[in-house]
Design a protein around this ligand. Structure first.
Ligand SMILES: Nc1ncnc2c1ncn2[C@@H]1O[C@H](COP(=O)(O)OP(=O)(O)OP(=O)(O)O)[C@@H](O)[C@H]1O
Length: 246
């Protein structure tokens, strides 16, 4: 599904990702941990197609395609989704309109007919009910005035509505109370059907208590320095990163 080989990424000539390698197969959940500044968000946003980062060398194949050649919207159309560490506010654009536009853009890539206003309302209301999200978030401008937890919930609503093949969550669990965390993880788990894959960037074990990772990776200085199973999370919680970053 996703194959990253020797990926080098720079910002303003500073090397951030340094020969990073990662293989994610269909249906797998990969957790990515690592100290602050190790490059986790850079990896996530590079996969999503941010123009802030220069890919200087390496290869990223997604479902057999060269992902690096695609524009961000083409990546989304192909099934890549990223939930942001800091979800953006879009004043003046209603959340429902934004979601409908996003869903119909992806449906177009999938050669499905667009949902009209009424069909979309039915569709999104089933997702809202599934996630137990307050319906009034739909009528407000995208993320404007939303609490931190509501912004993250809104990202998960987008993800559940778009039904992507590769879901990348960049510290979606940060700043969530326990009920919001359960909502987020419930949203992720409703999408788990063996047909899509997940990359979960996190600092904490608690999200991984609800979403069982198949693999846990630790990044340091722009590359993966250790991979393992859930026991690696426990070791990090107990011992920190010092033993991996010396
Ligand atoms: N747009 C940018 N301009 C300049 N430097 C950047 C930019 N984006 C990332 N960096 C630098 O790249 C390094 C990695 O940042 P990144 O946000 O990927 O780390 P992270 O592992 O996600 O950190 P954290 O756990 O604190 O969120 C940092 O030193 C950061 O300052």
């Amino acid at each position: 599904m996703l194959s990253i080989k020797d990926l080098n990424v720079s910002v303003k000539n500073n090397v951030i990702l340094n020969r990073l390698n990662l293989e994610v197969k269909l249906g797998e959940v990969h957790a990515i941990m690592g100290p602050n500044g190790s490059g986790k968000s850079t990896l996530a946003t590079t996969l999503a197609g941010s123009e802030d980062y220069d890919v200087t060398s390496g290869q990223v194949l997604f479902k057999g395609c060269n992902l690096l050649e695609l524009e961000p919207e083409e990546r989304a159309g192909k099934g890549v989704f990223m939930a942001f560490q800091y979800p953006l506010e879009i004043p003046g654009v209603s959340n429902q309109f934004f979601l409908q536009t996003a869903v119909n853009a992806v449906r177009k890539y999938r050669k499905q007919s667009p949902l009209d206003r009424f069909d979309f309302a039915d569709f999104i209301n089933t997702k809202i009910a599934l996630l137990h999200i307050p319906a009034d978030l739909l009528t407000r401008s995208v993320n404007v005035g939303f609490s931190g937890g509501e912004k993250k919930s809104n990202d998960i609503l987008q993800m559940v509505a778009l039904e992507p093949d590769l879901c990348i969550l960049d510290e979606t669990d940060s700043g969530l109370d326990i009920d919001a965390l359960k909502m987020v993880t419930h949203g992720v788990n409703t999408l788990q059907n063996g047909e899509r894959s997940f990359i979960i960037v996190t600092h904490y074990q608690r999200i991984l208590d609800y979403i069982q990772p198949d693999y846990v990776h630790v990044m340091n200085q722009g590359r993966i320095v250790q991979s393992g199973d859930f026991s690696l999370v426990k070791k990090i919680e107990e011992q920190g990163y010092g033993w991996l970053t010396k």
